[in-house]
Ligand binder design. Structure first.
Ligand code: G6Q
Length: 532
């Protein structure tokens, strides 16, 4: 790992420099450190980098054989090594339809077939041709799913709210907490509600529990037979869908080569397609496909996902940042941080390399964020003046879909001012010149020198969203390759699924002997004594 050591040495030089000076010493800095694709502008000049940093970071991509890794993914090689699966979310949006082979078979015809099935179904629901058991049109769509089978369509339906039909209400039930399903059912009429049970495995405890409760609720009101008009399934597990009582004609399949957190583009996006229509969904796929091609074909020094990944690696692995804020200045993107939290933290929250050896450097950071300007009135304090360095991505559309008076200009002024303030800070001298009281100067001083990226795009459209999400997917991919982790498994998530299954019978049966530690035993005792 020679480049690793070179970068560690180089860090010592960077530690002596201030971002403000880098800008003052080089009026061309923005020109050097920005990249564009379609209507997207990525300004990464407010990172603590120099020409040398950037060229060393680019060498990391050679060392990690990034070019080959990208080809392997696009060619359907089994790059998810621990689960022995290819990783082909890119095939789901392969609008050019070039064949992609898995075990000698082109996967595109199957993918297009499911898209056609989704098209026909979503048209029927949107036009009112799909009827409930009593002959009424559907008014409420309830997606029941969790994690990757929930966050994508939930985030995207909100992001594309401007393009979503107002004839239908959309609900997402994910938590096994009975409050989630109860509150949703309270808003729905059984005669006009359609449930989409979304689960890759169709065995996930939360989803199956919620789906059963919904099915019972429907049966009480309309009888068991109503299931066929009010339930559809999105899954890879035909047997389990059948066993649950959903007609497999109303099942939309996807495949093992689609990871949960990468499944928005598959039939998991059914609720989204119903919301924005087939054409809108295709535009989303087109946007993502454009980003796929940009990622695959553009040299790394101009490649948006690669650059974003390298900035993240520099900040996390070398400069010691432990967290990372995603700050969209667009109300429609309010759920983007939540979505990216799963994408990034589930993919690269790993401490073992693909070869089974532990890493001795930092990998994926803790990701958080919220839509601007709300965060400015809360956690930005820590970002500006706390003891942690929190690199941030500011994301903003240049036009609002709801241009109202000066609102959007004010919003944009805020996003620009924030990244400038983080970079420059405010010195004691500047405060003195402003006439600030001597004793308040330490409190009002800002060190600055805090890194950020700014990503501007024209306006929120399905295409723009497709590009944006694919950008972050590939960023996470590049980081995984350089950190040498498998970004596509999630054994940490699976642990939770197993542990809860072991405790449940102990909670239900007071007599069952407990063999945990004293804390776990006491907590179980307390709950079961009171509940029984
Ligand atoms: C995603 C994860 C996880 C998964 C959920 C739901 O990458 O694996 O969030 O999506 O656990 O799983 P099912 O779709 O199988 O219900």
């Amino acid at each position: 790992m020679t480049i690793y050591n070179d970068l560690l040495n180089h860090k010592k030089v960077i530690d002596q420099t201030h971002l403000k000076d880098l800008f003052e010493n080089d009026p061309q800095r923005f020109n050097k450190f920005h990249a564009e694709f379609q209507d997207m502008l990525l300004d990464y000049s407010k990172n603590k980098i120099t020409d040398e940093t950037f060229s060393l970071l680019l060498k990391l991509t050679d060392e990690a054989c990034l070019k080959e890794a990208i080809s392997d993914m696009f060619e359907g090689k089994r790059i998810n090594t621990t689960e022995n699966r290819p990783v082909l979310h890119i095939a789901l949006r392969n609008r050019s339809n070039t064949p992609i082979y898995v075990d000698g078979k082109d996967v595109m015809p199957e993918i297009n077939k499911v898209l056609d099935q989704m098209h026909a179904f979503s048209d029927k629901v949107r036009s009112g041709k799909w009827k409930g058991a009593t002959g009424k049109e559907i008014k409420d769509i309830v997606n029941i799913g969790i994690g990757g089978s929930d966050l994508g369509p939930k985030m995207a339906l909100e992001a594309l709210g401007f393009y979503t039909t107002s004839k239908l209400n959309f609900h997402f039930v994910s938590n096994v907490d009975g409050t989630d399903i109860t509150q949703t059912l309270n808003k729905c009429d059984p005669e006009t509600t359609l449930f989409i049970v979304s689960s890759k495995t169709f065995t996930t405890q939360e989803t199956m529990t919620n789906a059963q409760t919904a099915k019972d609720w429907l049966s009480v009101h309309l009888g068991e037979k109503a299931t066929k008009n009010h339930f559809v399934a999105v899954s890879t597990n035909t047997k389990a869908v059948k066993a649950f009582g959903i007609d497999t004609k109303n099942m939309f399949v996807f495949w093992d080569f689609v990871g949960g957190r990468y499944s928005l583009w598959s039939a998991i996006g059914l609720s989204l397609m119903i919301g924005i229509g087939y054409d809108g969904f295709i535009e989303l796929l087109e946007g993502a496909h454009e980003m796929d091609m940009h990622f695959k074909e553009t040299s790394f020094d101009k490649n948006l996902p690669v650059i974003l990944a390298l900035m993240g690696i520099w900040n996390t692995t070398y400069l010691g940042a432990e967290s990372y804020a995603v700050l969209p200045y667009d109300q429609y993107l309010d759920k983007l941080p939540l979505y990216l939290q799963q994408l990034d933290m589930e993919s690269n929250g790993k401490s073992v390399k693909k070869n089974g050896k532990p890493v001795d450097y930092s990998t994926g950071p803790i990701l958080f964020g919220t839509a601007g300007t709300n965060g400015q009135h809360s956690f930005y304090q820590l970002i500006h003046q706390g003891t942690h360095m929190v690199p941030a991505d500011f994301i903003a559309p240049i036009y609002s879909l709801n241009e109202t008076g000066l609102h959007h200009d004010i919003l944009l002024a805020n996003v620009i001012a924030q990244s400038e303030a983080l970079m420059k800070g405010k010195t004691a001298e500047e405060l003195k010149a402003e006439g600030v009281d001597e004793e308040l100067i330490p409190f009002k001083t800002f060190t600055g020198n805090r890194p950020s990226n700014t990503l501007l795009f024209e306006k929120m459209t399905p295409k723009a969203l497709g590009r944006l999400i694919a950008l972050y997917e590939h960023k996470v991919f590049v980081q995984g390759v350089i950190w040498q982790v498998n970004s596509f498994d999630q054994f940490g998530v699976e642990l939770g699924k197993q542990l809860a299954k072991a405790v449940l019978p102990e909670l239900l049966n007071k007599k069952q002997k407990l063999k945990h530690d004293s804390s776990t035993n006491a907590l179980i005792e307390k709950i079961r004594n009171l509940r029984n």
